[in-house]
Design a protein around this ligand. Structure first.
Ligand code: ACO
Ligand code: LMR
Length: 645
């Protein structure tokens, strides 16, 4: 450490060092305001409350500026709502009984939010979780808290716990750990530590030590932890180990004290003085961690900011020795801590200071479905099934083919449709056919229903999705949506060996216009080039192409009646598609029948025409608004009761 650094630290040491809380920090009615949206920590607090049979949730409010409203969480198996406020002031004013502030802000904003909390008259205890708050700022917080007789726990802390009554955030870990270490029942040990992680270890050690030797019953033990506080690993914690031990000394429910110090700083010497002066009279079991630092050739900085010995006095060895001399019970090593605590239990039990207590069962906290599933405790059928694509691995796959291969092997749009719709790698003639359909159905000018609706919606100021959707919704049995009907009816006729004449008569009897036959503007004299292209492709690539050939024979008859009753685009697609499926040779008859019955072939028109509709939307955006005309002159009004002629 540089001379300047030392000087600055000395200057800081000469001012207020820590707050000395002189009140019981937590009880079974304590409520907290949680700063920041820490949903897991909040749920853990509520699960603890529930296991302890608290009457009210320990989280009264959340402060989260960017999402005011309510947070939904569990109270046992029921759901409850916790209000979320924009500011700490608002939360404190609305929840006057909440006197604990748990600050999950990052180190960047933790100072400001903690100071704001200290300024609220109703907030007494502020726990600061963030690591890395500048020491000067931490000192300012401490001075502010000391002036108002408030308490700061942290920075760089996991918090603390009052067994059976209240816990801060993630203290003591999972609910299973809390139940195992009996933290849901108030006990008799007051515990302080610099380290949050080691606190959990010690809660376990204390809970093992409080079991009665030779006693087979699991529900009878000496009372375990009463309160545990992790003061945090910074050089200037808001409140020190000694501050809390002095507070716990005054609590009649606490019969002995356990503390875990660490290398660096002089806080442990304050404990020595308090023991020697009699301010601490209860037995103190204490170990200072970091004895291994002597094994290193130079100065060692452990994980905590304050865990570095500046001089012999700050080493763990020196502090353990001083504590022993002051009268604390110091084990020979950390490993012996459990035995030493057990020894104190036995001694206090012999003196009747501690009596065995019945340990009630904790209220069972329901387990989250996701956790239960992870542990293999429950199984739940999913509500949705997907067989076409999988996004769980490192790479998205279409029907098991990774998209990198879809790209590198040139599956193209047709091949991709093959994977997603038919779950097959289609032969090239088939995937090229799918692309041909998309190209030919992409648009048919502004007058047809879909384009027309898209244009009207766009001109009325609707956005792309709305305008295109309004166009898409016109696709139906008369426009673009006759592909399925065509494939179904023509397939039925061919499979049942009907002649074209019989088919036409049959459809007429049924009163159904033949899907795929007829067009408003295209006719024998004005043939549809798209249909010609489709026919050519089918006759060239699909072997017998019996379905489209049958449709062409039907067309020969219908056009005799009227020139516009030609085989139209939908009819050509619907019939040649069955030919394509047969030619592809990887679909059996049953499967082809299923595809035809399913009614998804209109999807081809949907996908194709979407391209044109987006174009029509863009086209309107590029045109002047003045081009939009309501079609007054195109409407025949029938409101005149005399009617026409
Ligand atoms: N099957 C049998 N007879 C028909 C068919 C048909 N598909 N379509 C029309 N007719 C008959 C009518 O019954 C009518 O006979 P009539 O004079 O004895 O009363 C005559 O042909 C003319 O009928 P219109 O309804 O005037 O024909 P229009 O030209 O208005 O209709 C339409 C064209 C809507 C396409 C119609 O032929 C039809 O409904 N076809 C079936 C649906 C279809 O295939 N739609 C897709 C079109 S292509 C596309 O959208 C991409
Ligand atoms: C089209 O492809 O949009 C047209 O064939 C449909 C129609 O109604 O003219």
């Amino acid at each position: 450490m540089s001379a300047l650094e030392k000087e600055v630290l000395e200057e800081l040491k000469s001012s207020e060092t820590s707050v000395k809380p002189d009140y019981e920090l937590f009880d079974e009615n304590t409520q907290a305001i949680v700063f920041n949206y820490q949903t897991k920590a909040i749920q853990r607090m509520l699960d603890f409350d529930y296991a302890c049979r608290r009457k009210t949730p320990s989280v009264a409010a959340i402060v989260y500026a960017s999402r005011p409203g309510y947070h939904k969480c569990f109270w046992g198996s029921e759901e409850i709502m916790i209000p979320i406020y924009r500011t700490t002031k608002e939360a404190a004013e609305k929840h006057k009984k909440a006197d604990v502030f748990i600050n999950f802000a990052s180190f960047r904003s933790s100072y400001e939010s903690s100071m704001e909390a200290l300024e609220q008259p109703t907030i007494r205890t502020v726990a600061i979780i963030a690591e890395g708050i500048p020491e000067r700022k931490a000192r300012k917080l401490v001075s502010a808290a000391a002036r108002m007789d408030k308490c700061v726990i942290g920075p760089a802390t996991v918090g603390g716990i009052k067994a059976g009554k209240f816990k801060i955030g993630n203290t003591a870990g999972s609910i299973e750990n809390i139940i195992d270490t009996r933290l849901y029942v108030p006990g008799c040990v007051g515990f302080v530590s610099k380290s949050g992680g080691m606190s959990n270890e010690l809660y376990n050690t204390i809970s093992m030590a409080c079991r009665i030797d030779g006693e087979q019953r699991d529900d009878l033990a000496y009372p375990a932890l009463n309160e545990g506080i992790a003061v945090g690993g910074d050089s200037f914690p808001g409140s020190t180990l000694c501050d809390h031990l002095l507070r716990m000394e005054k609590n009649p429910d606490i019969k002995f004290l356990v503390a875990l110090g660490e290398v660096g700083g002089d806080g442990e010497y304050k404990i020595c003085e308090a023991i020697k002066s009699g301010e601490i009279s209860k037995p103190v079991v204490m170990w200072v961690m970091g004895t291994c630092s002597t094994l290193f050739p130079g100065e060692v900085q452990f994980g905590h900011a304050g865990a570095r010995a500046d001089g012999e006095e700050e080493t763990a060895h020196a502090k353990n020795q001083a504590l022993k001399e002051a009268g604390a019970i110091v084990p020979n090593s950390f490993d012996d801590l459990g035995d030493v605590i057990k020894g104190v239990y036995k001694d206090l039990a012999a003196k009747k200071v501690i009596q065995p207590v019945e340990i009630p069962k904790a209220k069972v906290v329901p387990i989250d479905i996701s956790d239960a599933q992870k542990q293999g405790l429950i199984r739940k059928p999913t509500n949705f099934v997907s067989t076409i694509s999988d996004d769980r691995g490192e790479e998205l796959s279409y029907n098991g083919v990774p998209i990198s291969r879809v790209v590198s092997d040139g599956f193209g749009i047709g091949g991709t449709l093959g994977l997603l719709w038919f779950k097959r790698e289609l032969p090239k003639f088939a995937s090229d056919f799918l692309e041909l359909i998309l190209v030919l159905t992409a648009d048919h000018g502004p007058a047809v229903s879909g384009a027309h609706n898209t244009i009207v919606a766009a001109r009325a100021g609707k956005d792309l999705v709305s305008a295109v959707a309004s166009g898409m919704l016109t696709i139906g049995p008369r426009f673009g949506g006759a592909i399925d009907g065509a494939s179904q009816h023509f397939k039925h006729a061919v499979d049942n060996n009907m002649s074209p004449e019989e088919f036409i008569v049959d459809m007429k009897k049924k009163g159904i216009p033949i899907p795929g036959i007829g067009h408003r503007v295209k006719s024998l004299s004005n043939p549809d080039k798209r249909v010609e292209l489709l026919k050519d492709y089918a006759l060239t690539h699909f072997g017998s192409a019996k379905y489209i050939k049958f449709a062409m024979e039907v067309e020969q008859l219908t056009t005799k009646k009227k020139g516009n009753l030609i085989l139209n685009v939908d009819g050509a697609i619907g019939t040649s598609f069955i030919d394509m499926l047969q030619a592809a040779e990887s679909f059996d008859d049953e499967e082809i029948q299923k595809f035809v019955e399913l009614g998804f072939l209109n999807g081809l028109f949907l996908v194709g025409r979407c391209m044109g509709m987006v174009g029509h939307f863009m086209d309107q955006g590029n045109l002047s608004q003045s081009l939009y005309r309501h079609p007054w002159d195109d409407i025949t009004y029938m409101s005149d009761s005399s009617g026409p002629g």
